[in-house]
Design a protein around this ligand. Structure first.
Ligand SMILES: [Zn+2]
Length: 227
């Protein structure tokens, strides 16, 4: 008896775009994300965007949800599902982030750093309160605040983060960041997606280069086809 081959969803993906095509036939929009704050944005299937570390060594927590109508925030990027599909411990160029419904949601199309984290949670208000820092900003709060624009009502609706530029191999928290000024990670949206980022406010123990800094999100929105 012949055993049926498992469905390989990678085979259904379109060809990988080249880095040079980031600006081709697209409208570029640059969003500045202030240090220690969050930002949420939506992209359409086929759009691409870059998360840019402007000053170096700044971790950026990243989350993504499938933009359904009405928005429910039920289907979201899942680090556990993503790790299941990866060849290594973090997505390589051409590999995807996957949702908790086992569907690819975003694909990594360029990466100038290649050191990121998919194991740790976002920093959250109680983490700082336990250190005597009540009112300290946190990635969880930043992303919840930014997502309120899209109708999110409860901080527990946030997802587990893909911690871009975070250098934590083998679950060890390292002091030094991995990114230099201008480094970026680029994604292609495989569905209509709402994304959120946070310039991580964790300013203790030398993390984030010891100084929390602005980051940027640059969206390349596909121009409507005229044909
Ligand atoms: Zn954080």
């Amino acid at each position: 008896m012949r055993v049926q081959e498992p469905l390989n969803l990678h085979d259904q993906l379109p060809a990988l775009p080249t880095p040079e095509s980031f600006c081709t036939d697209a409208t570029l929009t640059k969003h500045m994300v202030p240090a220690a704050h969050g930002f949420a944005f939506s992209v359409k299937k086929g759009d691409r965007f870059r998360v840019v570390d402007l000053h170096g060594e700044q971790v950026v927590d990243f989350m993504a949800w499938v933009h359904g109508k009405p928005s429910t925030w039920l289907e979201k990027m899942s680090t556990a599902y993503t790790r299941y599909h990866l060849s290594g411990i973090q997505p390589a160029i051409g590999e995807c982030l996957w949702t908790n419904a086992d569907r690819p949601i975003l694909r990594v199309t360029a990466d100038t750093v290649k050191v990121h984290d998919m194991t740790f949670m976002s920093c959250f208000p109680q983490l700082y309160e336990k250190k005597g820092l009540r009112g300290h900003r946190s990635c969880a709060q930043n992303i919840f605040e930014a997502m309120q624009e899209f109708g999110m009502e409860n901080i527990l609706e946030i997802a587990e983060p893909f911690n871009i530029f975070q250098n934590t191999p083998n679950y060890s928290l390292k002091r030094l960041g991995s990114s230099k000024p201008g480094d970026y990670l680029e994604f292609e949206a495989l569905q209509d997606v709402v994304c959120a980022v946070s310039s991580c406010p964790y300013d203790l123990d030398g993390f984030n280069g010891g100084k929390i800094t602005d980051v940027a999100v640059v969206v390349a929105q596909k121009k409507a086809s005229t044909t």
